[in-house]
Design a protein around this ligand. Structure first.
Ligand code: 6PG
Length: 248
């Protein structure tokens, strides 16, 4: 089944975050109604911080925090208290402010061996989702951003993780940053029921155009490869980042 993709452009970035929060609230409550819990992979960087703060400010009962399983789509190879840690950002902006019991599954990126940290995280994922054999966990929602180079999660252009076909979480050496990252791979991303991209910033306009350009190279613009076979993708894009998009 083709991926259902929708793009919504916002002239006010505040409206983008309100729409993202509404989507998160709708999806989380629907998942809890359908199967008693909501599994979400949070994205890192700076864009989602406003969404996380907004969600944390919602009245009690709006978000089913107690039934939510929090994972992370990628992590920098740093300890959880490091300024670059995606976990630290999400914890400060949201997780530490809401009643979330022990359903936060952090990538153990403090492990000096990034590949081992990735392996450990994948086995945690499989345990929590009770995956059998080669079954791939299906997230109710995966949040993603993109960089100006078209990377998503920590799947950077021309990096080795782009062609991973079986592992769900890997360490990925990022040449231009001269560092390892730990990231979900496309098999896991593309098993999601819903992917929500949040994109803002003029510096992303050319990457956004390339991602929607059928002739561009997915190794050059990895976010282009996010196409859940039986899921949907919703892009919430600020007007500055959508400036080069045609007919939206
Ligand atoms: C990370 C993210 C990464 C992020 C993009 C956009 O670890 O940095 O997972 O994929 O989503 O780089 O980052 P900004 O939101 O900071 O522009």
């Amino acid at each position: 089944m083709a991926t259902r993709t929708q793009v919504r452009v916002f002239s006010r970035v505040e409206d983008l975050f309100e729409a993202a929060a509404a989507e998160f609230i709708l999806t989380s409550n629907a998942a809890v109604r359908q199967h008693g819990r909501f599994s979400v992979a949070l994205s890192g960087g700076s864009t989602p911080k406003s969404l996380y703060s907004l969600l944390a400010s919602k009245p009690a009962g709006t978000v089913p925090w107690g039934e939510t399983l929090f994972f992370f789509g990628d992590e920098r190879h740093v300890p959880p208290d490091h300024p670059d840690s995606n976990y630290r950002m999400a914890n400060e902006a949201m997780l530490s402010l809401v009643a979330v019991p022990n359903h936060v599954y952090r990538i153990p990126a403090e492990d000096p061996d990034a590949a081992l940290a990735a392996q450990r995280y994948e086995s945690t994922l499989r345990q929590v989702f009770r995956s059998q054999g080669n079954e791939i966990p299906r997230f109710d929602l995966i949040l993603l951003g993109i960089g100006p180079d078209g990377h998503t999660a920590s799947l950077f252009p021309h990096s080795s993780a782009l062609h991973e076909k079986s592992r769900l979480v890997v360490a990925n050496w990022v040449q231009k940053l001269q560092t390892d990252r730990i990231t979900f791979t496309f098999p896991l991303l593309n098993s999601a029921a819903k992917v929500l991209f949040l994109v803002a910033g003029r510096d992303k306009a050319s990457a956004v155009e390339a991602i929607f350009n059928p002739d561009s190279d997915p190794d050059e613009f990895p976010a282009k490869r996010v196409n859940p076979a039986s899921g949907e993708v919703l892009w919430l894009v600020a007007a500055d980042a959508a400036a080069q998009l045609k007919n939206v």
